[in-house]
Design a protein around this ligand. Structure first.
Ligand code: ATP
Ligand code: MG
Length: 327
């Protein structure tokens, strides 16, 4: 479990101050996968550095399993850091070491016997699907395989938390899916807490249980995927985007509907048509299954004669968020 409370980081550049983190607060429960999404300059890398205390926060606290890391001794910090495995965009492997030697590297510092280390490495290679590549050097591996080595190495010290900073940004779409699926299966098997920093929404959609939108050093939206979608804010638009407003031929009010869970299986359009005796035209739609939840985002145009307020009330009563986009 990671808890971040009111984290601030202010950099000084000459006599200018750059507020890179401006009061970030979040809790990531044990065993869950939390995504942090944000544009370039939002403060993502600063957050990673402050979480691991590689960079000292200006104020605020970072706690790992209830232990505040911001005021412990350097020695305790070193021990605590081993509880955090790091995965980066590029695996940064030792070119002169084989897969198993790269994975063994963090174990060499722990004082385990050679046999214990060898067994641990074999377990990690099996877990990450690398057994056949144990003796290969990084130059003999694909980008996806190298990233697997990086992940296996990050897990060597049995961390509680896996911190992934843009783990798939250098990979092609298919390899990206493979690596994301691997991260999720590792979470399922090891019950580790995973924090994924990314600028790509499909990463969040594929593996995250919850997500925060970081902007200008602040978390501006946050919650379980189903919550942020239902909230109808910017994350919701980003999770279930609709194509731009295609000019509609007909006249009449335009509604956007957002709903999830059981509601996503209900025949909303025919319910509106029957109840109000009006025609409904679907302008755009996006329906997706994310995790175990189903989400729908629809843009509808209603008959010009429609009593819009009555339709809005009808939808709200059914737990569907609806907004009028124009007439
Ligand atoms: N060491 C530093 N000294 C001064 N300013 C810094 C330093 N590190 C980061 N910043 C500033 O803090 C802000 C956040 O930077 P950060 O690297 O955390 O963004 P990011 O979200 O990781 O961006 P990207 O997606 O491009 O990697 C930026 O305005 C950046 O210029
Ligand atoms: Mg960055």
């Amino acid at each position: 479990m990671i808890s971040v409370t009111d984290l601030r980081k202010v950099y000084r550049q000459g006599n200018r101050e750059v507020v890179a983190l401006d009061g970030v607060t979040m809790d990531v429960p044990q065993g869950s996968i939390h995504g942090i999404i944000g544009h370039s300059g939002a403060g993502k890398s600063t957050l990673v550095r402050c979480l691991t205390l590689l960079d000292r926060p200006t104020s605020g606290s970072v706690a790992l399993n209830g232990k505040d890391l911001t005021n412990v001794s350097d020695k305790e910090l070193l021990t605590a850091r081993r509880r955090i495995g790091m995965v980066f965009q590029h695996a940064n492997l030792f070119d002169s070491r084989t897969t198993e030697e790269n994975v063994a590297f963090p174990l060499e510092l722990t004082g385990q016997s050679k046999e214990e280390r060898a067994k641990k490495v074999q377990d990690l290679l099996r877990l990450t699907g690398l057994t056949d590549f144990a003796k290969a050097y990084p130059s003999q591996l694909s980008g996806g395989q190298r990233q697997r080595v990086g992940i296996a190495r990050a897990l060597a010290a049995d961390p509680d938390v896996l911190l992934c900073d843009e783990p798939t940004s250098a990979l092609d779409p298919r390899t990206t899916e493979e690596i994301l699926d691997l991260i999720r299966s590792l979470r399922d098997r090891l019950n580790i807490t995973v924090l994924v920093i990314t600028h790509e929404m499909h990463v969040v959609k594929r593996i995250c249980d919850s997500v925060s939108l970081l902007e200008g050093g602040k978390i501006v939206e946050s919650g379980a995927l189903s919550e942020v979608v239902s909230a109808g804010g910017r994350l919701s638009e980003a999770v279930l985007p609709l194509p731009g407003n295609a000019a509609s031929i007909a006249e009449g009010p335009i509604l956007e509907l957002l709903y999830s869970g059981d509601q996503a299986y209900s025949p909303v359009i025919s319910a509106i048509t029957k109840t109000f005796g009006i025609d409904v035209n679907v302008l755009a739609g996006s329906i997706e299954e994310l995790g175990t939840n189903k989400f729908a985002h629809l843009r509808l145009q209603l008959d010009p004669s429609t009593d819009v307020d009555a339709v809005l009330q009808f939808l709200t009563d059914r737990g569907i968020s609806a907004t009028v986009k124009g007439a």
